[in-house]
Write a protein that binds this ligand. Structure first.
Ligand code: 48H
Length: 257
């Protein structure tokens, strides 16, 4: 068969444009395709919600690829292991209560599950602002990451969502922008992003569950961003809390939708 170069271009442009148009009005818009954002996307999409996930980088997976200090294995506890089984990720018991998994198998399997459940993932798009109406976050302001990197003065586009999930990890970018630009008070003790505390795996993994919440009307925090928002400790390369936070965030949003 002869191949037409222009048909190849047309196929890509039309199918991508359709995907983007379909995501202009979402049930849930998630910022950050790390383990928590991907897990939230999976459970929301599995429950028939229209989910778009926006990731700045070329690759999804956030901080999970590199395991601990580039040893590409992660550790998970019992609850996390059960969640990884949902994604068909194989785990090995290291000691009672401690399991390891290949970090590359984790990222690829969770990502595949989220997409096949119906979530749409956009890489290379950065969230630069939120849409705020009547003191409620009601959407995201997007631009190409290439525009951001090149520092070009090009206006963004906006999408609407019933709920937004802040899953940007350590930097907690989205709620920082919200608090700074709108001068609003978040539902944290000080009303601002408290900032993450030094390492304490056990406490960090415990607190992440209660920190996963609607931190301001219309916007939820999940994953490392939840601990950073509430001034809770980091936990190092144990990932059960990230997965559970994503799942709990999805469950709470499903109840609120
Ligand atoms: C689009 C953005 C933007 C933006 C950021 O860091 P992540 O992996 O986040 P989590 O919370 O799912 O997982 C945290 C985990 O990876 C980790 O770092 C742990 C457990 N640390 C413990 C410790 O002690 O160090 O992923 C966040 C993603 C990344 O892919 C970013 O590129 C992306 O969000 N992102 N995407 N627009 N404005 N900001």
């Amino acid at each position: 068969m002869k191949l037409d170069d222009i048909i190849i271009s047309e196929a890509i442009i039309k199918s991508y444009t359709k995907k983007l148009l379909d995501c202009l009005d979402l049930d849930v818009a998630i910022v950050g395709a790390g383990p928590s954002g991907l897990t939230a996307a999976y459970f929301l999409a599995k429950n028939n919600k229209k989910v778009g996930l926006f990731e700045r980088h070329l690759s999804v997976g956030g901080g999970m690829w590199g395991g601990g200090m580039m040893f590409n294995e992660i550790v998970i506890q019992e609850e996390g292991k059960e969640l990884l089984e949902e994604f068909d990720v194989r785990t090995k018991e290291f000691q009672p209560g401690y399991y390891t998994a290949d970090s590359i198998e984790c990222v690829t399997s969770i990502t595949k599950s989220a997409i096949q459940a119906g979530a749409t993932i956009f890489n290379l798009i950065s969230v630069e602002d939120v849409m705020l109406k009547d003191e409620r976050v009601s959407g995201l302001v997007l631009n190409w990451s290439a525009v951001e990197l090149a520092k070009l003065h090009i206006d963004p586009l906006t999408i609407r969502a019933k709920f937004v999930v802040e899953a940007t990890g350590h930097p907690t970018e989205v709620i920082r922008i919200l608090a700074k630009k709108a001068g609003v008070k978040l539902r944290t003790p000080s009303g601002a992003v408290e900032g993450e505390r030094p390492m304490w795996a056990e406490k960090g993994e415990k607190l992440i569950i209660e920190n996963t919440c609607e931190i301001f009307p219309g916007i939820w925090v999940a994953g490392m961003a939840a601990n950073a928002a509430f001034g809770s400790p980091r936990m190092g390369p144990i990932f059960g809390g990230m997965l559970l936070s994503g799942k709990i965030c999805a469950q709470k949003i499903l109840a609120a939708l």
